[in-house]
Design a protein around this ligand. Structure first.
Ligand SMILES: Nc1nc2c(c(=O)[nH]1)N[C@H]1C(S)=C(S)[C@@H](COP(=O)(O)OP(=O)(O)OC[C@H]3O[C@@H](n4cnc5c(=O)[nH]c(N)nc54)[C@H](O)[C@@H]3O)O[C@H]1N2
Ligand SMILES: Nc1nc2c(c(=O)[nH]1)N[C@H]1C(S)=C(S)[C@@H](COP(=O)(O)OP(=O)(O)OC[C@H]3O[C@@H](n4cnc5c(=O)[nH]c(N)nc54)[C@H](O)[C@@H]3O)O[C@H]1N2
Ligand code: SF4
Ligand SMILES: [Mo]
Length: 738
């Protein structure tokens, strides 16, 4: 028997923690955390339940091991095993004939969160000539990336430093559940120091509990709070005058604009005492360094998402907290090959771009918007990843499937997402998927979505696949690890699937390298990272440099910021040209309707937060792990005991949460939180139920996306962000268990 010890990584969340695999005759018999690799900590590894299920996942019953082709009616759940050649030949033929008939834009793709690498898919689609990739690009990551790039010239990272960061604001994020790793450990350590931690969240989360102050904001009203903070800091002359006059553009306009955002107005709208807002403004303005980390709470607020991110950047800027130790650091150009080069953005022709559905409807998030911003960032050789930043609006893609307007979309490639559970408006998703001529899913397990597929392709994952996290190439930071074993059964890397399909569609010459590992090593080689180094250490990072805008940039000119004006954009002509106003535009009427004040509403209309993160689940993943279901057996709807009692509800009741879009059922739990708010888990399904029509794994029962919508008529705007938070719902007791 041969025994080897291989360094590899867990791939169940973005940290890619190092593991050492004991491999006996090609089979992993044991996994132990790699103590030499970042972000190792005994507490993290002990506290994380996910990596302990790796062997059961890789070798167990739940994985798909062979290519499958649908035999029965779509949705009948009947599939037969076929060979890879059959699968790839048939899919390539179908793609070719649909492209010939309708143009390549008829082929779309759907991606999910950062579970894998997407650039091989994007490369395939760029060469194929379709602009239509949809995913999470309007409601996760992009809003922050767009606003930082437009206002600050590039993306930033929080720079939390013990002893330097005086105030840490956790704005609409709950790392105790969503991170549970290094960042959460850092917060726990910071909580024991003098750093003041402030949580802005309608819910008194575990994160809020570790904070010094908790601001129980009314959902969706964040930009009002921010503009009031900005007003107070400006009107009390607490802002950094030197920094503002030298490096910021549009201060006078800003000052006039925020005039109406008084402390009292914000208090009325946000449900936070005026004195607390005032105190916060002064705390921030007097802090040597403050750091703001925002999350999903503000990324999913419809139009107010843009206003929130813009206002956060303004707040940082007027206090001089940009590219400064303990506050935030402007990222630098990656030393390795950028995501844009890996995805081969240059292959997408202008004609293909002209079929982008977003242009004119979401004028920033489209190729035109992308290229305009690229024009500024390129001054400093910075480039955002193209396919993420131009990702198609799902409502437009689904409507093009259903109504064939402005042209028909007939095929969808689904990679690492479960749209029937995680995309907005599950019923629209279902009808759209049913209408397709070709639905291909690259998956690990059977899901509600794969039940609708024509072909299900088994792909590799943890232990079998090398991985490199590049953060879209927006930072000079890359990390990952190699595979420990060869792919099991007939699983293939996603890369191989696209390369093989590409070859069948005449793309052979366009793929310079032939495997995922080759491309990963090629990418790192530019930063002088060898295979041996990568295997041993797994990461590439450089120490942050601060105050880069002061560096000389040829001819003794200061570097400044790669924005429209060369300064930090408090007011933005670019946003104005795109139709989003020179200063953050706030939508507020509907939030006030339910009442932001600290009184309980007598009407049954509530604020709905959909998408509470809970360990050990991730989105719709891991609901098939028995040991997880034992610790966390039910989908929860959480509200304050006071609100529940007014509605005649009690803890443990099964309730139906509903609105004009749909309904779903949850178990009621109590927590300390703002009045008139209900916060509901997302991604819930019942894999033990039949995976075929009509149940599709119980996708309807407790799926909060039965109540959400991404209707472009409501959410059109520069990015097209829709709402998963600050929605409306009603709630009533039901007498059936699930
Ligand atoms: N366990 C687990 N971890 C995950 C994931 C998962 O599904 N499960 N998903 C991953 C993904 S894709 C992402 S994007 C990240 C997200 O990570 P986070 O951004 O940390 O997401 P949440 O943990 O949901 O925290 C969001 C917080 O915002 C609050 N909130 C809701 N509405 C508002 C509002 O209007 N204003 C303010 N200020 N706050 C509001 C919520 O109450 C909640 O506490 O998590 C990642 N990590
Ligand atoms: N209501 C509501 N909806 C939301 C959110 C919310 O807060 N509220 N959050 C949104 C956000 S921020 C995000 S990021 C999305 C997340 O949405 P998704 O990414 O769709 O979420 P998951 O349920 O984690 O789906 C992952 C799927 O990919 C499969 N998978 C895992 N790893 C791999 C892999 O390596 N390769 C392949 N091919 N498949 C793999 C899993 O088996 C699973 O079926 O959900 C969004 N939807
Ligand atoms: S924190 Fe847990 S799930 Fe995330 S990579 Fe590390 S071991 Fe895996
Ligand atoms: Mo996300």
């Amino acid at each position: 028997m041969t025994t080897q010890f291989k360094r590899t990584v867990c791939q169940y969340c973005g940290y890619l923690c190092g593991l050492i695999a004991k491999v006996e005759d090609g089979v992993v018999s044991e996994l132990v955390p790699d103590e030499t690799r970042y972000p190792y900590s005994k507490q993290i590894m002990n506290g994380c339940r996910r990596w302990k299920t790796i062997l059961e996942d890789v070798y167990g019953e739940s994985r798909i091991n062979y290519p499958l082709r649908r035999v029965g009616k779509r949705g009948s759940g009947e599939f037969e095993r076929i060979t890879w050649d059959e699968a790839l030949d048939e899919i390539a033929e179908k793609i070719e004939s649909l492209s010939k008939h309708y143009g390549p834009q008829t082929i779309a793709s759907a991606i999910g969160g950062p579970h894998t690498v997407y650039w091989p898919l994007h490369r395939f689609m760029n060469i194929l000539g379709s602009p239509n990739n949809m995913g999470i690009g309007q409601i996760c990551w992009n809003p922050r990336i767009w606003t930082e790039t437009i206002q600050l010239g590039w993306t930033i990272e929080p720079d939390i430093q013990f002893g330097k960061t005086e105030v840490l604001m956790l704005w609409g994020t709950n790392p105790s559940q969503s991170d549970n790793s290094m960042f959460w450990r850092t917060i726990l350590k910071l909580a024991k120091t003098d750093t003041k931690i402030i949580a802005v969240d309608p819910v008194y989360t575990q994160t809020a509990r570790k904070s010094d102050d908790w601001l129980a904001i009314t959902p969706g009203t964040d930009p009002v709070l921010l503009l009031a903070l900005i007003r107070e800091i400006i009107y009390e002359e607490l802002y950094d005058k030197d920094f503002v006059s030298k490096y910021c553009y549009g201060f006078d306009e800003l000052k006039t604009y925020v005039d109406s955002y008084t402390l009292q107005y914000a208090a009325d709208v946000c449900g936070i005492a005026a004195a607390s807002i005032q105190k916060l403004a002064h705390t921030l303005a007097h802090a040597q360094s403050f750091c703001i980390v925002s999350g999903r709470g503000v990324d999913q607020l419809g139009k107010n998402t843009l206003a929130t991110h813009r206002s956060i950047n303004i707040l940082r800027a007027i206090c001089g907290q940009i590219d400064k130790p303990g506050a935030c650091v402007l990222n630098t150009k990656p030393d390795f090959v950028s995501e844009l080069s890996l995805e081969m953005g240059e292959e997408l022709t202008d004609e293909a771009k002209s079929f982008c559905l977003n242009t004119a409807i979401t004028p920033l998030q489209c190729f035109k918007g992308y290229e305009e911003v690229l024009g500024y960032t390129q001054k400093h050789e910075l480039a955002l990843p193209m396919r993420y930043m131009t990702s198609a609006h799902p409502d437009l893609v689904f409507k093009a499937m259903l109504e064939h307007e402005p042209y028909p979309i007939k095929a969808l490639i689904v990679q690492a997402t479960n749209p029937l559970l995680t995309y907005a408006n599950s019923e629209q998703v279902l009808s759209a998927l049913k209408s397709l001529d070709l639905l291909v899913c690259l998956e690990h397990t059977m899901t509600s979505t794969t039940a609708l597929a024509d072909y299900i392709l088994p792909v590799t994952g943890v232990l079998e696949r090398p991985m490199l996290q590049l953060h879209g190439g927006v930072a000079n930071l890359a990390y990952g690890g190699l595979a420990a074993i060869e792919p099991l059964h007939e699983r293939k890397d996603e890369y191989d699937v696209y390369y093989e399909l590409g070859k069948r569609l005449g793309q052979a010459d366009k793929w310079p390298r032939k495997t995922l590992k080759e491309d990963i090593l090629y990418c790192l080689e530019k930063a002088h990272v060898t295979e041996e180094y990568f295997e041993q250490y797994g990461s590439y990072a450089q120490a942050p440099q601060y105050y880069k805008y002061l560096q000389e940039d040829g001819e003794a000119k200061l570097r400044g910021f790669s924005t429209y004006s060369g300064k930090i954009e408090l007011a933005s002509t670019l946003f104005e040209n795109l139709g989003a106003g020179r200063l953050p535009q706030v939508e507020i009427e509907e939030y006030v309707e339910i009442g932001g004040k600290n009184s309980i509403n007598q009407s049954p209309r509530l604020h709905l937060i959909s998408g509470n993160r809970k360990q050990p689940y991730n989105g719709s993943m891991y609901h098939n792990r028995k040991q997880f279901r034992e610790v966390y057996p039910h989908p929860l709807a959480t509200m304050s005991a006071d609100t529940a009692h007014v509605l005649g509800l009690d803890e443990g009741d099964w309730v139906e949460v509903s609105n004009e879009v749909g309904s779903a059922r949850f178990k009621l739990a109590f927590a300390r939180m703002a009045p008139n708010v209900v916060s509901v888990d997302y991604g819930w399904w019942y894999p033990e139920q039949e995976l075929k029509e009509p149940s599709f794994g119980g996708y309807k029962e407790s799926n909060i996306n039965e109540l959400t919508d991404c209707d472009i008529q409501i959410f059109k705007g520069v990015i097209g962000t829709w709402k998963y938070n600050a929605l409306r719902c009603e709630i009533k007791k039901v007498h059936t268990n699930i």
